[in-house]
Design a binder for this molecule. Structure first.
Ligand SMILES: NC(=O)c1ccc[n+]([C@@H]2O[C@H](COP(=O)([O-])OP(=O)(O)OC[C@H]3O[C@@H](n4cnc5c(N)ncnc54)[C@H](OP(=O)(O)O)[C@@H]3O)[C@@H](O)[C@H]2O)c1
Length: 244
């Protein structure tokens, strides 16, 4: 489905990002991905994929470092290939009631989840615009779309992903670049690791499938959106949440 395409995935060292890297590589894409603090996980993922005969390469990147975003984009384009698909997946959360959220917590949520997405997109969009072709997939969350028991600063940041996706799709459509968001519900692993058991039970109660999703189930949707099969899917926020 993705033969001949090159993808860049942020946060490939995490639960969802590593699943995305695996599925995109399995579908035939050349995949570059970034990690931040977990270099050992990145190396292990790179080694596993390569052992399976896939072309996968890891890059260290703090998505808040604008210069590093630019130089990583250049390195990926030189070393792996012109990027057709960008997946803005890196993100963080904190489980915290509103009254406990301090300014630094608010800033961290907005910085990594929103500003990071902006800086990385800016670095990669230029090449896509030049080539008049590309796909950008942003990682949203149900937290930013519905009334839920979730931390307010995380919900606000994920809500921003929707606005970013809509207006960017409008602006880049003229260059044949599609921009979509994937909106997972509660998954096993990653940022859901700290969700208290009571809230997990509540999610399962309201979810039609009565379970958390798997990161790989999110990755399958990302692969479809990245492919030419999704050629007329644009400016969408697609839920992958088991039905709530
Ligand atoms: N898991 C869920 O239930 C769920 C549900 C809805 C949405 N999501 C979204 O899915 C995305 C991935 O989350 P996850 O569950 O896979 O969490 P995760 O396992 O904690 O992974 C987060 C990833 O983001 C990277 N990252 C964090 N800060 C960074 C920074 N400053 N610069 C660059 N990279 C940074 C981490 O890199 P290092 O580990 O190398 O530091 C890691 O690869 C997030 O956007 C999250 O909001 C997850």
């Amino acid at each position: 489905m993705l033969e001949g395409k090159t993808a860049f995935v942020t946060g490939g060292s995490g639960a969802v990002g590593s699943a995305i890297v695996r599925v995109l590589a399995r579908e035939g894409a050349r995949v570059a991905f970034s990690f931040h603090s977990h270099g050992e996980r990145a190396s292990a993922l790179e080694a596993q994929c390569r052992a399976d005969g896939r072309l996968v390469r890891a890059y260290p990147l703090d998505v808040l470092d604008a210069k590093a975003c630019q130089s990583t984009a250049k390195a990926v384009e030189d070393e792996v290939g012109p990027v057709d698909v960008l997946v803005n997946n890196a993100g963080v959360t904190q489980v915290m009631p509103f009254a406990m959220i301090e300014e630094k917590d608010w800033d961290q949520m907005m910085d990594v989840n929103v500003k990071g997405m902006f800086l990385v997109t800016k670095a990669f969009a230029r090449g896509m615009i030049r080539r008049r072709s590309g796909g950008i997939i942003n990682m949203g969350s149900r937290a930013g779309m519905r009334v839920l028991d979730v931390p307010v600063h995380y919900a606000a940041a994920k809500s921003a992903v929707t606005g970013f996706t809509l207006s960017l799709a409008r602006e880049l459509g003229r260059y044949n670049i599609r921009v979509n968001a994937v909106v997972p519900g509660m998954l096993t692993g990653g940022v859901s690791d700290n969700v208290p058991p009571k809230q997990r039970d509540k999610y399962n109660e309201f979810c039609c499938l009565s379970r958390a999703g798997e990161p790989a189930e999110v990755a399958e949707l990302v692969a479809f959106l990245a492919s030419d099969r999704a050629g007329y899917v644009n400016a969408q926020s697609l839920f992958v949440d088991g039905g709530i």
